[in-house]
Design a protein around this ligand. Structure first.
Ligand code: 4NP
Length: 146
C-alpha cells in the first residue's frame, strides 16, 4: 500500500482536486486498492471547509467524482503516516520543512517540475486541472519505477 498526501496552501482547491483526480485515475487503472490517497493544507485558513465551488465545477465538467471534504491543516504527526507528500508549489515544501522539523525530506516532492498556479488567485481552474492531470500521470509513472 502506497500512502500519498497531496499538499497545497488552503486544502480547498489544488490538493483536494489532486486527491480526487488521482483516486479516479487509479480506479481506471484498477489500482485503487494499492494506494491510500488524501490531502492536507499548510495553512489553517480554510479548515473544515469543503472543496471550493469553482473547483468542484471543473471536476464536474471532467466527470471526476468527489465526496464531502473537510479542509485539514497538516501537522508534525502526519510525517510518519505517509510515504510521499506531493506538493503543488515550492512554498509548500518550505512550509513542510518548518512543520515537520526533521532531517530526512526525501519523501517530500513536487507534483510537477514547476509550481502549479493557485486558482484561488488566478481564477483559471481549467489550467490548474490540466497541470494536475499532467502531474498525476508523471507521478504514477515515477511510482511504477521506484
Ligand atoms: P489552495 O488555494 O491552496 O489551492 O487550496 C487556496 C485557497 C484558499 C486560500 C489560499 C489558497 N486562502 O488564503 O484562504
Amino acid at each position: 500500500m502506497i500512502r500519498i498526501c497531496f499538499v497545497c496552501l488552503g486544502n480547498i482547491c489544488r490538493s483536494p482536486m489532486a486527491e480526487v483526480m488521482m483516486k479516479s485515475f487509479l480506479k481506471e487503472k484498477g489500482e485503487g486498492a494499492n494506494y491510500y490517497i488524501t490531502s492536507r493544507g499548510t495553512s489553517s485558513e480554510e479548515e473544515g471547509n469543503d472543496i471550493y465551488p469553482p473547483a468542484k465545477k471543473i471536476l464536474d465538467l471532467h466527470g471526476i467524482e468527489y465526496d464531502k471534504h473537510f479542509a485539514t491543516k497538516i501537522v508534525k504527526e502526519d510525517y510518519n503516516q505517509f510515504d510521499y507528500f506531493v506538493c503543488m508549489e515550492k512554498s509548500n515544501i518550505d512550509s513542510l520543512f518548518r512543520i515537520f522539523q526533521i532531517k530526512d525530506y526525501s519523501k517530500i516532492i513536487l507534483l510537477l517540475d514547476r509550481d502549479i498556479s493557485d486558482p484561488w488567485y488566478t481564477r483559471n481552474f481549467e489550467i490548474t486541472y490540466q497541470d494536475i492531470s499532467k502531474g498525476i500521470k508523471s507521478l504514477y509513472e515515477k511510482l511504477s519505477m521506484w
